[in-house]
Design a protein around this ligand. Structure first.
Ligand code: NDP
Length: 251
């Protein structure tokens, strides 16, 4: 199938890249369902003609309900955009493993479980597109972001393996690696790094990073708009043979 008219499910559509992507897919003529915990923040999507489902991607019952809702209404999911993401900043020594697991639950296991739920239908129809929003941090790694980097590296390895499994069924798996994008996600970084740098043995590592992040988030914050990622996803959905990886918003 080419052009508009696909049934798309976008996680994390209440904010930033996910919201911009859901709206852009809608404008491209697709049927769009957004999923996020803050359902009220998907009002712009609903007003524009899309659908919003309140859901936490770390909860099995929520994921099943999301897919059931879309399939009951539309008969299928053609495009899954795994965009919902979470991060934790802190030294690898200090971040509690329970907190690290939460990051993996959102960034890896949520996307993987949703994929399991939509794949049987895609396989039967012989078509489908799964877009996993990774990060430049899925390719490189900086100090104090071990669990975010580990989760995005894991998402990319998972995606590369999955792609080889499902290509023969007509299902495409594409990784998008945004650079620095102006969203709530970036807004949190300097504050969190500043908190880390306030104390402890990793202060010398954290302080210069916090300063750089604060400078970057100043009035001249050199970041891309979420629309660049949204436009990339729209192109991927329309492309007959997308590349396995797209880097966007790198300055
Ligand atoms: P935002 O903070 O603006 O959006 C994050 C989204 O994820 C929100 O809609 C949030 O919805 C959703 N989310 C988080 N946890 C859950 C959860 N447990 N269940 C359901 N939804 C959840 O950040 P961005 O738009 O910047 O981030 C989107 C993606 O882009 C992430 O995967 C991030 O890693 C990636 N990225 C971002 C970059 C940037 O510079 N901004 C750079 C590289 C990658 P809610 O809270 O309502 O549940």
């Amino acid at each position: 199938m080419t052009g508009g008219g696909r049934v798309c499910l976008v996680t994390g559509a209440s904010s930033g890249i996910g919201r911009a992507t859901a709206l852009a897919l809608l404008r491209a003529g697709h049927t769009v369902y957004g999923a996020a915990r803050r359902a009220e923040r998907m009002e712009p999507l609903v007003k524009a003609g899309g659908h919003a489902i309140g859901a936490d991607v770390t909860r099995e019952e929520d994921l099943q309900r999301v897919v059931r809702t879309v399939v009951d209404a539309q008969g299928r999911v053609d495009v899954l955009v795994n965009n919902a993401g979470s991060a934790v900043y802190g030294s690898a020594e200090e971040v509690p493993i329970a907190r690290a697991r939460q990051v993996f639950d959102v960034n890896l296991f949520g996307p993987a479980r949703l994929t399991q739920l939509v794949l049987p239908g895609m396989r039967e129809r012989g078509s489908g597109t799964i877009v996993n929003i990774s990060s430049i941090g899925g390719e490189i790694a900086l100090p104090l972001g071990a669990w975010y980097h580990a989760s995005k590296h894991a998402l990319e390895g998972y995606s590369d393996s999955l792609r080889q499994e499902v290509a023969r069924f007509g299902v495409r798996v594409v990784v998008v690696q945004p650079g620095i994008i102006r969203t709530d996600f970036q807004d949190g970084t300097p504050r969190e790094l500043r908190e880390i740098s306030g104390h402890g043995p990793y202060r010398a590592v954290a302080e210069p990073m916090a300063r750089r992040a604060e400078q970057a988030n100043g009035p001249d914050f050199a970041a891309s708009d979420p629309s660049v990622v949204a436009a990339c996803v729209v192109r991927i959905v329309a492309a007959p043979a997308p590349r396995p990886r797209y880097a966007v918003g790198r300055l």
